[in-house]
Ligand binder design. Structure first.
Ligand code: TGC
Length: 386
């Protein structure tokens, strides 16, 4: 039995949402799962799949026009869940391309910028990245050191360094956030612009089947029309982070579901003290708690999705979801690992890969602590940052 059947999750979805869910589940099963353990082992990002993601309609699927699918928030969430049930790296790819880079252009770009970049990005022919985080830490983008200064002829010169930038070494265009003399602004930088270099971070023990880079911007010169006209201040990049965080609320529950299903399956066959461990009360208690948190997390994701569809979802509500989903997914993965015993640390099972991946997911797009402080502020009205 699929764990979603226990709480009849299907009954809460429309036909169109179920179609997206099934399409993503098939895609993950047929195109990601057959090679993911090897790719994780080899630190290999299978970029040849990108066009297939585009053809499936998964890239920027929540956006409308410019070749995007115009799907609902819940449909997008379900796709994130199915992709992350296979591997966080691929949900991250969809987040970086669609929720971050494409969203920045769709929200803040000029018509010319949208026409130039979005259709190719939706089709998976153009890859984007989102350069916000800097080497000194990602939690406080207000401390940004990267600068953009205007020249006499109206061009912009960008200088600085960025870190943990997904896809940057294979991207065609980077959305670069930089401090100017009046505010933070976003710039669309073709990655073949002189002075732009991206180097993959090689020593990751998590998210190994995906790419995160160090980026150097050394006197990168772009024309005036490379600036995103609609973005002024940090509310620009934060508006994009909201979208990516929403995808994580769903995605992390996908990783959790895989771990739960593996644990249920294994508990039926792994025998200790003469019987399957699934027949032992302690194991059943663990499985019950895992199911509980998976079910609560998935229902919360659905609730937030419905709020998003009504246009009333707030950043603090997204923080509730991101904090809960990733924290509980990690706990579910840990419990699954314990049910698998020593086998749980091998790549014969996907649990340790998910557990390692989720540590990255817990850290990016706002750490647990950042989301706790966002919620603390929402409840008390007092700012405890810094
Ligand atoms: P503050 O500096 O006072 O506010 C700046 C402006 O931003 C607005 N704002 C938001 N707007 C929309 N959505 C949100 N979630 C927003 N949060 C803040 C705020 O209203 C203000 O607007 P305005 O018009 O008054 O200027 O900042 P704050 O005190 O509100 O926020 C502090 C804090 C800590 C919550 C914020 O700095 C934060 O969220 N920090 C975490 C940043 C983060 O998630 N970094 C990781 C990014 S992951 C990444 O870059 C990798 S991309 C993925 C990849 O490439 O693989």
């Amino acid at each position: 039995m699929h764990v979603d059947e226990v709480f009849d999750f299907d009954a809460l979805l429309s036909d169109e949402e179920r179609e997206w869910q099934q399409k993503a589940r098939r895609f993950a099963t047929e195109r990601i799962l057959p090679t993911i353990e090897q790719d994780f082992d080899d630190k290999y990002f299978r970029r040849e799949l990108i066009a297939e993601f585009g053809a499936a309609g998964f890239l920027g699927m929540h956006l409308t026009g410019y070749g995007a699918a115009g799907a609902s928030a819940v449909s997008y969430g379900l796709v994130c869940q199915e992709l992350e049930a296979a591997d966080s790296g691929w949900r991250t790819f969809v987040s970086v391309q669609g929720s971050l880079a494409m969203t920045a252009i769709a929200k803040f770009g000029s018509e010319e910028q949208k026409d130039r970049w979005l259709p190719g990005m939706a089709a998976g022919k153009i890859v984007g990245c989102f350069a916000l985080t800097e080497p000194t830490g990602g939690s406080d983008p207000a401390a940004m050191q990267t600068t953009a200064r205007r020249t006499d002829d109206g061009d912009w010169i960008i200088d600085g360094t960025k870190r943990w930038i997904g896809l940057a070494s294979i991207a065609d265009v980077a959305v670069v956030w930089a401090a100017t003399d009046d505010s933070v602004r976003g710039f669309l930088v073709p990655t073949d612009t002189p002075g732009f270099t991206a180097t993959p971070i090689d020593n990751k023990l998590s998210m190994r089947a995906s790419i995160q880079c160090d980026v150097i911007l050394d006197g990168v010169r772009v024309p005036a029309d490379a600036q995103l006209p609609g973005a002024r201040g940090l509310s620009g990049p934060f508006g994009c982070l909201n979208e990516a965080r929403f995808g994580i609320v769903w995605g992390a529950m996908g990783a959790a579901r895989t771990c739960l299903e593996v644990a249920i399956d294994r508990s039926r066959t792994r025998e200790v003290f003469g019987k399957p461990i699934g027949a032992m009360q302690l194991t059943q208690a663990k499985l019950a708690d895992m199911l509980l948190e998976y079910e609560k997390g998935t229902l919360l994701a659905l609730h937030l999705g419905r709020l998003k569809e009504r246009g009333v979802l707030t950043p603090a509500q997204i923080s509730v979801g991101k904090l809960n989903s990733v924290r509980e997914a990690i706990e579910i993965a840990r419990q699954a690992r314990s049910i698998l015993g020593g086998d749980g640390i091998t790549s014969e099972f996907p649990v340790m890969r998910h557990l390692a991946n989720l540590e990255s997911v817990r850290t990016y797009e706002g750490t647990d602590e950042i989301h706790q402080l966002v919620l603390g502020r929402a409840m008390t009205g007092l700012n405890a940052f810094g």
